[in-house]
Design a protein around this ligand. Structure first.
Ligand code: HEM
Ligand code: HEM
Length: 170
């Protein structure tokens, strides 16, 4: 058992964080927001691809995932629920985004390539609202997760945050 997450998982974790922040800041109707819309869609698709790669690494490194000491069983339950919700969001929010884009247009170019879209959901308005709601709920959970990590570091003064940081001595 190691006391830090394996390097590839740490890199994906922080890359995903930067992408989620970028995608959140570029939210809006990508068919009318030009470059911001391109960044939103490309960033969102990258988050989904990184999610799939991350799952692969979690499986490969199953035995090297650190088991940070949890203070009590409620904390452990809460940690598992938040982790599950984060994973769920990393997959469902981009998929909902793809449906939302399909509801707005049947022709969207990403880097000059036509993104395959679903014509059967065209003009269904609530899909965009659902994607927006899920995106905002995701950011709320990320906020709780990040606050918990900072509380561990600055108040409990334990190793939880360090377990997700690269070891600069190596
Ligand atoms: C984790 C990834 C994503 C997050 C957190 C996210 C978040 C958001 C948020 C918060 C909005 C609402 C912005 C506003 O109007 O104030 C939005 C809008 C939108 N996003 Fe995303 N998004 C993600 C990925 C994607 C992807 C991959 C696509 C397309 C393939 C996409 C397509 C859209 C569309 C079409 C809208 C406008 C919906 C409408 O106005 O009806 N998003 N997104
Ligand atoms: C988009 C933003 C974020 C997402 C989606 C996310 C997601 C995750 C996930 C799924 C895990 C479980 C390990 C894994 O399977 O990779 C994790 C662990 C962790 N994250 Fe984040 N995270 C985000 C942002 C942050 C931020 C901003 C911080 C710090 C301020 C942070 C600190 C940590 C720490 C310390 C762990 C290890 C917890 C432990 O094993 O006890 N994360 N994160």
């Amino acid at each position: 058992m190691k006391n830090r997450y394996p390097k590839p998982i740490i890199i994906i974790h922080w890359l995903t964080f930067v992408l989620v922040a970028t995608v959140y800041l570029t939210g809006g109707n990508p068919t009318t927001t030009g470059l911001l819309g391109q960044i939103h869609v490309i960033g969102g698709i990258s988050i989904f691809i990184l999610f799939l790669i991350r799952l692969g690494f979690i499986f490969i490194y199953k035995k090297s995932i650190p088991q940070n000491k949890i203070l009590n069983q409620y904390q452990e339950k809460l940690f598992k629920i938040v982790r599950f919700t984060l994973y769920l969001s990393l997959s469902i929010v981009p998929i909902a985004g793809w449906f939302a884009l399909s509801s707005l247009t049947d022709n969207f170019k990403v880097l000059f390539l036509n993104l395959p879209l679903l014509s059967s959901v065209r003009d269904i308005q609530y899909i965009g609202e659902l994607h927006e709601f899920l995106g905002n709920a995701f950011i709320t959970i990320v906020g709780l997760h990040a606050s918990a990590a900072l509380i561990h570091h600055f108040i409990f003064k334990d190793h939880v945050l360090k377990s997700m940081l690269l070891n600069r001595n190596k």
